[in-house]
Design a protein around this ligand. Sequence first.
Ligand SMILES: Cc1cc2nc3c(=O)[nH]c(=O)nc-3n(C[C@H](O)[C@H](O)[C@H](O)COP(=O)(O)OP(=O)(O)OC[C@H]3O[C@@H](n4cnc5c(N)ncnc54)[C@H](O)[C@@H]3O)c2cc1C
Length: 313
Amino acid sequence: MKPPPSARDLAALAALLRDRTRAEIRADHPLAPHTSYGIGGSTALWVAPTREEDLPAILRAVRQAGLPLFILGRGSNVLVSDRGWPGVTLHVGEALGGMRFADPEVEVQAGCALHRLVVAAVERGLAGLEPLAGIPGAVGGALQMNAGAFGREIADFVVAVRGFTFEGHPFEAERDRLSFGYRESPDLHGVLITAARLRLERGSCAVLRRRVTEILEMRSRRQPLDLPSCGSVFKRPAGYYAGALIEEAGLKGERVGNAQVSPKHAGFIVNRGGATAADVYRLIRRIEERVFERFGVRLEREVRLVGEFEDRS
Ligand SMILES: Cc1cc2nc3c(=O)[nH]c(=O)nc-3n(C[C@H](O)[C@H](O)[C@H](O)COP(=O)(O)OP(=O)(O)OC[C@H]3O[C@@H](n4cnc5c(N)ncnc54)[C@H](O)[C@@H]3O)c2cc1C
């Protein structure tokens, strides 16, 4: 295991970034408030850029300092270790969240909340994104995860994606050069996504608004939205539903500390208040073991683990 960066390296990097960029920089910054779980320790260095032009310099400086880099969007698909993240967390937030419509296309920055984009498109009478309403991520996280719901995924709309490699070089790829899988975008690994061009279709505002309302109602009927979570913890295994397997394995309502398999939707692990990352992780491992013992199915995690976990596998 690599030793954690020294306080001196971190201070030098923070000073350099303060000097050369307009990013917000904080040392030892808590990550829990930036995640939908509300769980996790601090990041050694928090860097929240306020303008895209600073990104190459930030990425190059982090690389030169040899610090581990984690990109954070709205934190709705991550479980951050109780020990936090020993390197730099680069937050792509609403400061990098503009959008520009050239109907029927939209150029949207990665920090824009996905739901805000859906609503803006609907209000212009642009159709397609309504099934993604209510997904609590940002556009960058949605592209990295190929987020989807109700039979549609963001990849369906992508014309091109822009960003930077972790070395700070510009990255741009048209749709035909990008492969997207189920909840994964292999060609975007190692890319800091800054923007995407999406193509939508013309539709009727009133119809689209109704569809969004229906989608949001379905979500709140099926999902435990009253408690913090990361959405579905596991991907859907071929031929099954993860939630159904977990329920049939007798794990609905199962608890480790204050982490619980949601009694409403067994695919979700909720934080009942004060759960630790270790609680959630132990519950994840228990589910994986029991489902495998019972059905011979190896569940694949959708949630991204950030930092160190005991006996991580
Ligand atoms: C209540 C609830 C319901 C949900 N429902 C759904 C659903 O229906 N469908 C679905 O697909 N997901 C769902 N999710 C999961 C989550 O909202 C999506 O995966 C979302 O796309 C994650 O976006 P984010 O900005 O929160 O990413 P984060 O959680 O911040 O990050 C997720 C991953 O993307 C990477 N990443 C983030 N931003 C960037 C960027 N700009 N460039 C490069 N990499 C980046 C991170 O490094 C990390 O690996 C749900 C979550 C919750 C809490």
